[in-house]
Each structure stands twice: as C-alpha cells, then as structure tokens.
Design a protein around this ligand. Structure first.
Ligand code: PSV
Ligand code: MN
Length: 430
C-alpha cells in the first residue's frame, strides 16, 4: 500500500505557521509595492513554476569509491514514484518525474502510467542510457555507443533510444534526452572528426524516429567517464549537433557539465537566441560534476541564469519553452529532503529574477552605468522571497515549511519497514 503524507498533517502544521507567514507576506508586499510590483502577481507566477524530479535522484547516490545506502530508499520505479509524490505533495512544484532507461524499465508501461496517474504525477523527459552495458549485452559500449567504431554497438545504442521513444509514448512524455559518455582517455585514441561523424549519423537515425510533437535534448558534458576527450563535450559541439539534426533537436544545459568558471548564463543566452535551449539539469558544484544540491554553493549563478530566462520570457522570445529538471546525487542527505530543498532553491531564483527592474536595467546598460546595472540585479537577488514561495505552496495545498512537515510525518521510517535495505537502487553511481 502506498504511504502518503496525510493532508490533515500538512494542514495542522500550516495552521501553526500561517499568521506569521501572512505578516511576512504583507511586509514584503508593502516593500515590493514601493517599486510598483504587485506581490500577488509574482505569487501567481511562482505557483505556475514547475521543475521535474529525476527518478534516480530519489535513491541515495554514491561516488566512485563507495555508496552508503540510505534507510528505506526506493528499490524500483514504483517506489521512486511514491517518494516523488511525497516531494510534490509538500512542494507543489514537482509534478513531473523524469525516468532513466533501462534503470526504470518495466514489463508493462501501461500499468506504470496508471500508477503515476493515481499518484497525480506526469512524466518528463525520457533519459536513455548507453553509458554502461546491460547484463548479457551482445555488443559492448566500452569504447562508446552512438560513436563506437563498431557498427553493431552503434546499432544497439540507436535501437535503445528508439525503444525509449516508444516507452515514452505510453507514458505521455514528449522529450528524449540523450547523454553519451563516448570519448577517449588517450591522445590519439580517437579520431575527433570521425567520432563526431559517427555520432551524428547515429543521432540522425534516432531523430528520424522522433514523433512530430517531441523534442530531442542533447546533453553535453566536458569529461567523465572519458577523461581526455568527450564527443559532445561542450555547448559548441552540442549546438552544432542540434543544428545539424533539425528544429526538434535542442541543447540541454546541465550546470555541472562545464569547464570551471565558464559563464553558463551567457551560454544560456546564446542558446535562447538561436532557439536551441531545450532545458536544464539543475545542480550545483565546486570542482566538477559534483551533482550537489541546487543553489547550495552558487545561488547567484543560478539567479543570473534565471535572469536570462525571465528576460526571454518577458520578450516573448520565439521558440522559448525550456524544460526544468533537477539532476543531483544525494550521498549524505535524505534524497527527499534534498529534492524538496533544491526545487525551492530553483524556484527562488526564478521568483528573484521576476523582481529585476528591467526598464532600469536597460537604461543602465545603454548608458554604460556598470555599477548601477549590477546593483539592479543585486537588489532583486538580495530580496528574500521566502514568503512568496511559502504562500505559493500554501495556496496550492502544499506545506509552508515542507522539510519540517516531512520530518514530523515520519515517512522515511514508515517506508523503511516495507523497503528492506537492498544495498543498491539499480541506478549505480550517478
Ligand atoms: C551524466 O553525468 C548525467 O548528468 C546525465 O544526465 C545522466 O543521464 C545522469 O547524469 C545520470 O547518470
Ligand atoms: Mn545531467
């Protein structure tokens, strides 16, 4: 039987916090009104904000050294969905789940769709996986998948992506996300151009199987598992591939997949300009693809990305409809808490960016007033929008304080009883 957070408990916890929230909301509303901002309009936008949860993020992650399984972690896609429902019940902005195949493969996708419907969840982008071999796999991906020198391995990788599209159709998804770890560890190991040609050739075959109302999102990553060169290592290779494939192919930006100090918000702007921004995998990092909780280290970078996104939204930029998703590895926290916190952190960046005085910013940019342009962004970033986020959750039936409510519900210990420690969650080290 599915365990949910009791609605009565959410209401009871909210009752204790509501009058303080109303006071804080009123105070923030008065402050924003002085800048001609209507707080209720901002809250209405916050209510519409959605970010998907990665199915694999609900399990405990690990490093290449070890994985320490969490208590009561989900053992299959049905249990991952149960946890996702809890996250959404409390946060009210994570109604979609992004699956990863074959990790989440089931025999009966109609049954899976029925189960997600019952939980009130929808399906986000389908992630294919050709970065590891499956048991008994006939042709290995050890030396790459879509760009492998072996035609048989390439065919297998192409077919897997086509299968993902079929499974996604049953689930009601509209996007296929393709990330490959193909690359090399030694200078000279791989002919750069030929590997990219083979990749494009394979991708064209997948693209040909894409339904007309689907998009294909290409995800680049600078390094890992390949440590010398990676076929789709940067946004340059990414957009080139997306342009070569056609309109339905777009680039996906995972925040942890760039060289250190790269200006990600500017990459976002370029992709928006050329109608190639497909979506995001949000996370944070200090050294590499650390997959830390969103906004835990660089909240200003996250805000600056949303500054570009909100700017495009307000300009009604053609072809602008990016998909937001978290892609994190939770090694030392309860994944449910991390995902709730991270979704709220990304939502905070969105709401903060809505507060930027854009006409003033344009004036300062045009008059080359660098200091005031920067201060205009900082004024929005430094505004504590917590009351707006809490009010948006409350109005949608979520928790004013989702972490506290989750902890008082005792969900983790309740599911631990029916989910004995498996030692693994099927997703390996993510
Ligand atoms: C690769 O590091 C990545 O960011 C891709 O999105 C994968 O699908 C995901 O992590 C899980 O390994
Ligand atoms: Mn990713």
């Amino acid at each position: 039987m599915t365990i949910r957070i009791d609605k009565a408990l959410i209401a009871e916890q909210n009752d204790k916090l509501l009058s303080d929230l109303q006071e804080d909301y009123q105070a923030l509303g008065n402050k924003l009104a002085r800048s001609d901002i209507n707080i209720d309009e901002i809250t209405a936008k916050a209510e519409q904000f959605e970010i998907a949860v990665p199915s694999w993020g609900t399990g405990t992650g690990g490093t290449r050294f070890a994985r320490f399984p969490g208590v009561g972690e989900p053992r299959n896609i049905f249990e991952k969905l149960e946890d996702s429902a809890v996250i959404n019940d409390l946060s009210q902005c994570t109604g979609r789940v992004s699956p990863h195949f074959p990790w989440d493969k089931v025999d009966d996708f109609t049954e899976l769709k029925q189960f997600s419907d019952e939980l009130g969840l929808r399906w986000d982008s389908i992630n294919s996986n050709t970065f590891q071999d499956q048991p008994g796999q006939e042709h290995s991906f050890k030396y790459g998948s879509l760009s492998n020198t072996s035609a048989a391995s390439r065919e297998l990788a192409i077919q897997h992506n086509l299968d993902c599209i079929e499974w996604g159709k049953t689930l009601g998804s509209k996007t296929l996300t393709v990330w490959v770890g193909d690359g090399s560890n030694h200078p000279g190991q791989q002919h750069f151009q030929h590997a990219f040609e083979r990749y494009l050739d394979s991708m064209k075959k997948i693209y040909a199987g894409l339904p007309a109302d689907w998009e294909m999102h290409i995800e680049h990553k600078m390094f890992e598992p390949a440590f010398y060169s990676t076929v789709i290592q940067d946004w340059g290779s990414n957009i080139l591939a997306a342009m070569e494939l056609g309109e339905q192919a777009k680039s996906l930006v995972d925040l942890g997949h760039h060289a250190p100090n790269v200006n990600i918000e500017m990459i976002v702007s370029r992709l928006i300009q050329f109608k190639k921004l497909g979506g995001f995998h949000f996370n944070d990092s200090k050294y590499g693809d650390d997959d830390l909780d969103s906004g835990s280290l660089h909240p200003y970078q996250q805000f600056l990305i949303f500054n570009e996104l909100v700017d495009a939204e307000y300009r009604n930029q053609e072809g602008f409809n990016p998909n937001y998703m978290l892609d994190q590895s939770h090694n030392v926290t309860d994944p449910i808490e991390s995902l709730i916190n991270s979704a709220a952190s990304v939502q905070r960046s969105y709401v903060g960016a809505l507060l930027v005085d854009r006409s003033k910013l344009t004036e300062y940019q045009n008059s080359n007033d660098a200091l005031m342009a920067s201060n205009t962004l900082k004024a929005a970033f430094n505004t504590d929008v917590s009351p707006i986020l809490a009010m948006a959750r409350y109005k949608k039936g979520g928790a004013i304080d989702p972490i506290a409510t989750y902890r008082s519900a005792g969900y983790r210990s309740a599911v631990a009883v029916k989910r004995p420690n498996s030692g693994g969650n099927g997703s390996g080290i993510v």
